[in-house]
Design a protein around this ligand. Structure first.
Ligand code: ADP
Length: 398
């Protein structure tokens, strides 16, 4: 069955049409600058060249119309009519405590997602606009919503509660939710397949290291902890996000710099992380690797702090699970940046981890990068959130 996967942001809409049994991507693309001057759609058919077309896209309904047009275009499309789309899978960022798994969309589900909007005010409303526009234009095609938070809903109370008055949890549901769940889910399952072991028998740590980055601990098939919190700001040092810090720093910066809390939060989200640590040099590890190799102080400082934080989380999650069988690296940095993996793995000698330096140089495929005698297996597994959304959608329909 062909499943259209949609990831809708406030001014962009990414899409992929996936043949769900084989995982083949028939076509994929992006509608960008929705509601802004200079909007366009780009589309790639199979393994072909990217085609870009300027178009007026005043809202998300326009965007969906263009997506359908691109997919069914007689010359360049990949299907002949809408009938060849069996279902649509939508990415939704926050499912709060209500959604512990993907679900099929109906009016009640939409209402329940709206109730989670205050937990992700930048993302959820945009995700929902996509869901509503698709329902309007695609009639009876079944639709699912797949949440970034759902995979982490198995965390025990001791892992998701913050050490603040419990009434804030009761009144406002302030707790750890975690994000990137679709990626952690996908990668940990591929890891079990590669180990030829039952998922439920393993202790796995997944390091999703992209511009946004998070680590999760999966014990006997269930996520038991993850580094992002109520919002994606907590945990690792990221591209531009600070990750963990002493909350008292907020007031301190406010006073020193004459800023209010939302201005400081903006700095913690957009000007911090490796970008801030490198004094604004770059948030991109391609630049930082270059700087690191040229012995530039800014890059060395940022990279070292980034790797150290990952090492600390791995240690914490080994403790949380009382052991670990496999550690997986994924996402932009985890998949592409061999020297970062090498630096992190160099701290895992206490676990009996050995790195296969040759395998660590490989790119773009699922690969074991630990030595044969390593006590803990280390993998690089390219993430595929779209395929996971398609698979979960297919499962709901069966
Ligand atoms: P997100 O989805 O959170 O935007 P990605 O998983 O796409 O993030 O990761 C983006 C980051 O991955 C880039 O900012 C860069 O630091 C890193 N990255 C991507 N490609 C490469 C590469 N070829 N070499 C080194 N780092 C890379």
């Amino acid at each position: 069955m062909n499943i259209l996967v949609i990831n809708c942001g406030s001014s962009s809409l990414k899409f992929q049409l996936i043949e769900s049994e084989t995982g083949n991507v028939l076509g994929k693309g992006l509608c960008d600058r929705i509601g802004i001057d200079g909007s366009f759609i780009s589309f790639v058919k199979g393994e072909g060249e990217k085609q870009k077309k300027e178009a007026v896209i005043k809202d998300h309904s326009d965007a969906i119309k263009l997506v359908i047009e691109a997919l069914t275009d007689p010359a360049n499309g990949v299907i002949s009519s809408l009938k060849e789309i069996g279902a649509v899978g939508h990415r939704v960022v926050h499912g709060g405590e209500k959604f512990k798994a993907a679900t099929l969309v109906d009016d009640e589900v939409i209402k329940a997602i709206e109730e989670c909007n205050e937990l992700a005010p930048l993302h959820n409303p945009a995700n929902l606009i996509g869901v509503k526009a698709c329902r309007e234009l695609m009639g009876d095609v079944p639709m699912s919503v797949v949440f970034d938070t759902a995979f982490h809903q198995t965390m025990p109370e001791e892992a998701y509660l913050y050490g603040i008055p419990y009434e804030y949890y009761k009144k406002y549901k302030i707790r750890r939710y975690g994000f990137h769940g679709t990626s952690h889910d996908y990668v940990s399952h591929v890891c079990a397949e590669m180990m030829e072991r039952k998922y439920e028998d393993l202790k796995i740590i997944v390091c999703h290291l992209g511009n946004g980055a998070s680590v999760s601990a999966i014990d006997k098939g269930k996520c038991v902890d993850t580094s992002m919190g109520l919002t994606p700001l907590e945990g690792l040092i990221m591209g531009t996000r600070s990750g963990d810090l002493d909350p008292a720093i907020l007031e301190f910066i406010c006073n020193k710099e004459g800023l209010d809390i939302s201005q400081v939060l903006n700095i913690l989200n957009k000007k911090s992380g490796v970008f801030g640590l490198s004094e604004g040099f770059s948030s991109d590890f391609r630049d930082l690797e270059d700087g690191y190799n040229k012995n530039e102080e800014n890059s060395i400082r940022a990279v070292n702090a980034f790797c150290y934080r990952v090492v600390k989380y791995i240690g914490a999650y080994v403790a949380a699970m009382n052991g670990v069988d496999a550690i997986c690296f994924t996402a932009g940095i985890g998949e592409n940046t061999a020297f970062v993996r090498e630096k992190i793995v160099a701290h895992l000698g206490y676990l009996g981890v050995g790195l296969n330096a040759e395998a660590n140089k490989e790119r773009g495929k699922n690969i074991l990068i630990s030595t044969d005698d390593s006590k803990v297996k280390v993998f690089v597994i390219p993430t595929n959130e779209e395929l996971e959304i398609a698979k979960q959608t297919l499962k709901l329909l069966k």
